[in-house]
Ligand binder design. Structure first.
Ligand SMILES: Cc1cc2nc3c(=O)[nH]c(=O)nc-3n(C[C@H](O)[C@H](O)[C@H](O)COP(=O)(O)OP(=O)(O)OC[C@H]3O[C@@H](n4cnc5c(N)ncnc54)[C@H](O)[C@@H]3O)c2cc1C
Length: 395
């Protein structure tokens, strides 16, 4: 791919950065990304306000075909993600916009595209992802939540877990077992959407170690949902899931967030003296920062490559997995570097005494998230080894 941006692309990219920079000024105190969106009413309201602003500009539907309200190109979507990541601006429902919408465009019926894409583009409807279960995470096809057909409805029974934001979401997309007698566990699964207010669905919080509420368990007790909201075909949900996973793993905003964090660390080292000497003059710190700066740029280039492939409808599962592994490991290295540089100050919670707004106190506890969610890094490495490099498959 050609990495040089056209003048038009540079102007467009600047526009995204300007608007997100303005929205950043309206951020509630102590706002910090996805956690604040789901955990606090104030954060959720800020998320909705940003979403309305983006929807008004048509930016939620960047790169979609114009018949579904889309505008701009896939590369615009990339620049927009970079800007949001850099300023840690919410306003884009990662599940509805970044995952479900491209999946519907690829595998949804015309009726479903016409019903849901405009609502997603207008930020009228927010989604959660109900895949994982207590005994089905990496081995997702082992899931046991059943959806048995009864006329025009499925009757759902079972349990999902780690459901991010399920307590705030209007709708869900889920993977469920519609044929318990299928020959292999990957068959007999269906990708289904439904309203989270459906009677028989109960959402219970799983509190984070700092008591934050992002994750949930979701229980189904004879919940009846319409058959018409199957994406793709009944019993062929595994393929749809794989399509969605590629979109899920290729996001650029996390990488741009790291770039901003690295800038913050550089600033801190340039201003802070330890033992009478600026941290920025310490050769070990300089070395580690420089090394991470190279890795952030490499991650960005990888993510650009995946976006370019998406634009050409040539996205391979391996490339999205490579971005995911690299970005996940990078977030861990960055958190460790921040904690090392800040020393004891890295343990100060967000307050007026906390350097860098207490970011690393949280980040050090949470850096593993990117290495587990969206399919663990071990599993991504298995995909790369088996699928990408032709090494024997390990079970
Ligand atoms: C912050 C967060 C948010 C999440 N949000 C959602 C969500 O919104 N919706 C949703 O459906 N799920 C969500 N998940 C669940 C996530 O997808 C699973 O945690 C993940 O797939 C791993 O499954 P598991 O936790 O059951 O671990 P397991 O599958 O039990 O794995 C445990 C360990 O064994 C390793 N392992 C397992 N199998 C292999 C193998 N074959 N080869 C090598 N190593 C292996 C894993 O890499 C891991 O280190 C979220 C998870 C986290 C941490």
């Amino acid at each position: 791919m050609d990495f040089k941006l056209t003048d038009e692309q540079v102007a467009r990219r600047n526009e995204f950065f300007e608007v997100c920079g303005e929205l950043e000024k309206k951020k509630p105190a102590n706002f910090s990304g996805i956690e604040s969106i789901y955990d606090s009413d104030e954060g959720w309201q800020y998320h909705l306000n940003c979403a309305k602003e983006f929807a008004k500009r048509g930016w939620i539907a960047l790169g979609w075909p114009s018949e579904y309200g889309g505008q701009g190109s896939v590369m615009d979507r990339v620049f927009f993600a970079e800007a949001r990541g850099y300023y840690d601006t919410p306003g884009v429902d990662i599940f509805g916009v970044a995952m479900l919408a491209p999946t519907l465009l690829g595998a949804g019926s015309e009726e479903m595209k016409r019903e849901f894409l405009p609502k997603i583009a207008a930020a009228e409807i927010m989604f959660c992802e109900l895949w994982s279960e207590p005994n089905a995470g990496s081995d997702l096809a082992a899931l046991t939540t059943t959806a048995l057909r009864d006329g025009d409805e499925y009757v759902l029974n079972g349990q999902k877990t780690w459901s991010t934001g399920a307590h705030r979401s209007d709708w869900a997309f889920a993977l469920v077992r519609t044929d318990p007698h299928a020959e292999t566990k990957h068959r007999g699964l269906t990708f289904l959407m439904f309203d989270m207010k459906t009677p028989g669905i109960t959402v219970k919080p799983i509190l984070y170690m700092d008591r934050g509420h992002l994750y949930n368990e979701v229980f189904f007790d004879d919940a009846r949902v319409p058959v018409k909201y199957v994406v793709g075909e009944e019993n062929k949900g595994w393929g749809v899931t794989q399509l969605l996973a590629g979109f899920e793993r290729s996001s650029l905003d996390a990488i741009m967030m790291m770039r901003r964090q690295l800038e913050g660390l550089v600033e801190y080292c340039n201003e802070t003296k330890v033992g009478g000497e600026l941290l920025a003059k310490n050769p070990i710190i300089r070395n580690r920062i420089a090394e991470l700066a190279c890795q952030v740029e490499a991650a960005r280039a990888l993510a650009y490559r995946v976006a370019d492939q998406q634009a050409k409808n040539e996205m391979g599962a391996i490339d999205a997995s490579a971005v995911k592994v690299f970005a996940g490991d990078l977030s861990a290295r960055l958190a460790r570097l921040g904690a090392d540089i800040l020393g004891p100050y890295g343990q100060v919670r967000s307050s007026k005494w906390a350097p860098l707004e207490g970011f690393y106190e949280k980040q050090y506890q949470q850096y593993f998230i990117l290495t587990v969610s969206m399919g663990t890094n071990e599993i991504q490495r298995n995909i790369i080894a088996w699928y990408g490099l032709g090494l024997p498959r390990m079970r």
